[in-house]
Design a protein around this ligand. Structure first.
Ligand SMILES: [Fe+2]
Length: 305
């Protein structure tokens, strides 16, 4: 029998799902649960031993496995390209050549976060499939399970497929607003007849009009005093319920990022620098009540919405 092993192989929040040939989900789990490691940052998407034991438990000897991944074949080359791009190297030069006290915390954080994400994304991509292929090769012949194929899909298409195929609709427009992706952090799709063509090609690279609502929300999360990889982003929304709109903050935040047609555009570096410098004056200070930044959370939610 044929099975489909879905592997969400981003370097954080990786997860596994096994679907039978009828399309029925027979197993699904975020790896953080098995690993007992919040968000499973920088781990293999197929935990060793776990992956072959799962397949032994839920399939039968002789089963064929098609593994499907949430980043395309070209992703690794794309990531390597970003490292050499003018936008990122200019950012690196700016951080390295500017005295520490002249760089806004949020700008410094954006640089180190970007560098961390890029290196982690490359490592995550290179780890994908490694444990699966080796684990299956080590099974004794009587319980052999065959890896019959590996499929790699464009990242935002996998988000769109999850949203559309699990929805009650047969026809829809679908907007994916992510933290990052393969060329941009957003994409729009048209969903009809079970097909999902993209509405526009996204070829922007790092720094060129690559606005990211995900990155914006990460920065707000940090300003509110919550950790990015501590799984605390949801607290921004909860805190917003205690705040009200601050017009000055709203102006600073809307200067950072804007929507133009189907594009999300990030402001130029001087505008970002100025806004971040001003926004830092509103940030949560360690030890104070989080209610002091409730207006920050509310205003960010208003901008985000
Ligand atoms: Fe994503």
């Amino acid at each position: 029998m044929k099975y489909y092993l879905g592997v969400a192989n981003t370097f954080h929040d990786s997860s596994l799902a096994l679907v039978d040939s009828e399309g029925k989900v027979i197993f699904a789990e975020a790896n953080e649960r098995y690993l007992q490691y919040k968000r499973a940052v920088n781990t293999s998407p197929e935990p060793y031993v776990r992956i072959e034991n799962l397949l032994l438990e839920y399939t039968e000897p002789g089963a064929e496995i098609i593994a499907a991944y949430t980043w395309s074949e070209d992703y690794e080359d794309y990531i390597k390209g970003i490292m050499d791009e003018q936008g990122f190297t200019a950012f690196k030069d700016y951080i390295e050549s500017t005295p520490d006290d002249e760089v806004p915390d949020l700008i410094r954080d954006q640089y180190f976060s970007s560098a961390f994400f890029i290196k982690s994304a490359l490592a995550g991509s290179q780890l994908s499939g490694l444990n699966l292929q080796f684990g299956l090769s080590q099974l004794p012949e009587r319980s052999r399970i065959n890896l019959a194929g590996i499929r790699k899909y464009e990242h935002h298409l996998t988000h769109a497929a999850t949203a559309c195929y699990t929805s009650p609709y047969t026809e829809a427009s679908c907007a994916i607003l992510d933290g990052y992706g393969e060329g941009s952090a957003y994409q729009c799709y048209s969903y009809k007849d079970n097909k999902l063509p993209a509405l526009a090609s996204r070829v922007q690279k790092y720094g060129a009009n690559s606005g990211s609502l995900g990155f914006f929300y990460m920065q707000i999360c940090k300003l509110c005093g919550f950790g990015l990889f501590h799984g605390e982003e949801w607290k921004v929304m909860g805190l917003a319920a205690y705040g009200k709109l601050n017009p000055a903050l709203y102006e600073l935040m809307t200067a950072l990022i804007r929507v133009e047609g189907l594009d999300i555009v990030q402001a130029d570096m001087p505008v970002c620098l100025n806004s971040y410098l001003e926004l830092e004056k509103y940030r949560h200070m360690g030890g104070e009540s989080y209610l002091n930044v409730a207006d920050l959370a509310y205003t960010a939610q208003a901008v985000f919405s």
